[in-house]
Write a new protein. Structure first.
Lengths: 112, 114
């Protein structure tokens, strides 16, 4: 069975700090990985996705993620966060007929 | 573009009442999903459908029912509401093929059962 785990449930950073949110996956077969963001009171939006090819994936709003197969990881990074990045971030895997399996989410708070 | 539309956005139910959460998408997507989101638990799949007339249980289907009579609509029904069903419900859709696999989400329906 596939599973996705996120290391940090709550992260607090100051503006301009660098961000790295951990995500590990566990399942066989084709690896499709996603990061979604949920701003307060809103629905989930796709930040970036990995299917194949270059393991360093760039997404919207300056986010990127690196797929490291040997570590079963797909960590999300941003070199300099802004107050507007305050949100909940979800790592997810899958993409077949039965949808995506989500991690439990990381609540990110950026202090001005 | 409307995308995925859910109604209602908010609802309060009494224990034992029933209701239907509506979901419709205008992207002609074959695959549709219902997730529930609980604090600290991420999203759990309730039911999904790969096309009109076909539905399957997800991880947490108990207490819910779905139907898929058209490509566009995928309503979720709660027959006997229980406090454990207090949650935020998200409908999503996508179409396979290519290298997408991206789920498009509705804005959510916040349900409280008292």
């Amino acid at each position: 069975a596939q599973s996705v785990s996120q290391h940090n449930h709550h992260v607090i950073l100051s503006e301009a700090a660098s961000l790295e949110l951990g995500c590990n996956y566990s399942y066989g077969g084709t690896v499709n990985l996603f990061w979604y963001v949920q701003y307060p009171g809103q629905h989930l939006q796709l930040l970036l996705k990995y299917f194949s090819g270059d393991p360093l994936v760039k997404g919207i709003k300056g986010f990127e993620a690196e797929f490291i197969k040997s570590k079963f990881s797909f960590n999300l990074r941003k070199p300099s966060v802004q107050w507007s990045d305050t949100a909940e971030y979800f790592c997810a895997g899958g993409g077949g007929a039965d949808g995506l399996t989500f991690g439990k989410g990381t609540h990110l708070i950026i202090q001005p | 573009n409307a995308g995925v539309t859910q109604t209602p956005k908010f609802r309060i139910l009494k224990i034992g009442q029933s209701m239907t959460l509506q979901c419709t998408q205008d992207m002609n997507h074959n695959y549709m999903y219902w997730y529930r989101q609980d604090p600290g638990m991420g999203l759990k799949l309730i039911y999904y459908s790969v096309g009109a007339g076909i539905t399957d249980k997800g991880e947490v289907p108990n207490g819910y029912n779905v139907s898929r009579s058209t490509t566009e609509d995928f309503p979720l029904r709660l027959e006997l509401a229980a406090p454990s069903q207090t949650s935020v419900y998200f409908c999503a859709s996508f179409t396979p093929g290519g290298n997408t696999g991206e789920l498009f989400f509705g804005e959510g329906s916040r349900l409280t059962v008292l």
